[in-house]
Design a protein around this ligand. Structure first.
Ligand code: ADP
Ligand code: MG
Length: 241
């Protein structure tokens, strides 16, 4: 579903931020990406839907070459849902309108059908009763669940998450991880940048550990936690566990 072939990226001339990355994510796989701050996790995940350009190599998503200038970027972004650390909901739109905006305007889904699907998604994330609320009247955890529903409304093949719980108060982290876990169980292909190692252990099929723009470990969660191969991973795990 996702493939990186010898991907390199620089910021400016000297900052080599992604170093010859090779990786593959199969359909239905859940891959957690972790690593120290500044290691390139956000950059990596943002290259998948062209929020960041790469300098060298290839990225493929479900048969679409993500780094080609010939690729229709809207088509690519229909396939790839993205959930950010900060929810980025439109403050002037209701919860329902936030979810239906892109399906109606980008995908040209008829409004009645988009509304129906949005209500189903809100039910799935446990927020049907908030359909007419505005983002400012929701908690952080509720806003993030709406952001997930909004991503799903485009019927993506892949969902990407960049630290979806790190801006939340601790008591709201569980409800968001719960929705993500349910999504994983439904068979969605997911890449998740997170430091929630409980989620990684319980839900991920693989953990990728990134350090200074390099994939240092790419293995099953159990292996990563109990038997890290590199000093860099051992040190990282000591700091966060
Ligand atoms: P992470 O998400 O792992 O913390 P990032 O991908 O955000 O790491 O950043 C990796 C490195 O690239 C950091 O050193 C960061 O300062 C730098 N960086 C990130 N975005 C930009 C940018 N737009 N321009 C220049 N440098 C950047
Ligand atoms: Mg980041």
């Amino acid at each position: 579903m996702i493939r990186f072939n010898n991907v390199n990226k620089w910021y400016g001339r000297d900052h080599h931020v992604l170093k010859n990355l090779n990786l593959e994510v199969r359909q239905g796989e859940v891959v957690v990406v972790c690593g120290p701050s500044g290691s390139g996790k956000s950059t990596l995940i943002r290259t998948i839907n062209q929020l960041e350009a790469i300098n060298d190599g290839e990225i493929w998503v479900d048969g679409i070459q993500a780094n080609s200038t010939k690729t229709n970027i809207n088509k690519l972004r229909e396939e790839v849902g993205f959930v950010f650390q900060h929810f980025n909901l439109y403050p002037h739109l209701s919860v329902l309108e936030n979810i239906t905006l892109a399906p109606i305007n980008v995908k040209k889904v008829p409004a009645a059908q988009a509304n129906q699907q949005a209500l189903e998604l809100l039910e799935r994330v446990g927020l049907l009763n908030k359909k007419d609320a505005y983002p400012s009247n929701l908690s952080g955890g509720q806003q993030q669940r709406v952001a997930i529903a909004r991503g799903l409304a485009m019927n993506p093949r892949v969902m990407l998450f960049d630290e979806p719980t790190s801006a939340l108060d601790p008591e709201m982290i569980g409800e968001v991880l719960g929705v993500m876990k349910q999504l994983a169980e439904s068979g969605m292909t997911m890449m998740v940048v997170t430091h929630e190692m409980g989620f990684a252990r319980e839900v991920a099929d693989r953990v990728i550990f990134l350090d200074h723009g390099e994939i240092v470990e790419d293995t099953m969660p159990e292996n990563f936690f109990t038997n890290p191969q590199t000093d860099r991973a051992k040190q990282f795990l000591r700091q966060i566990l």
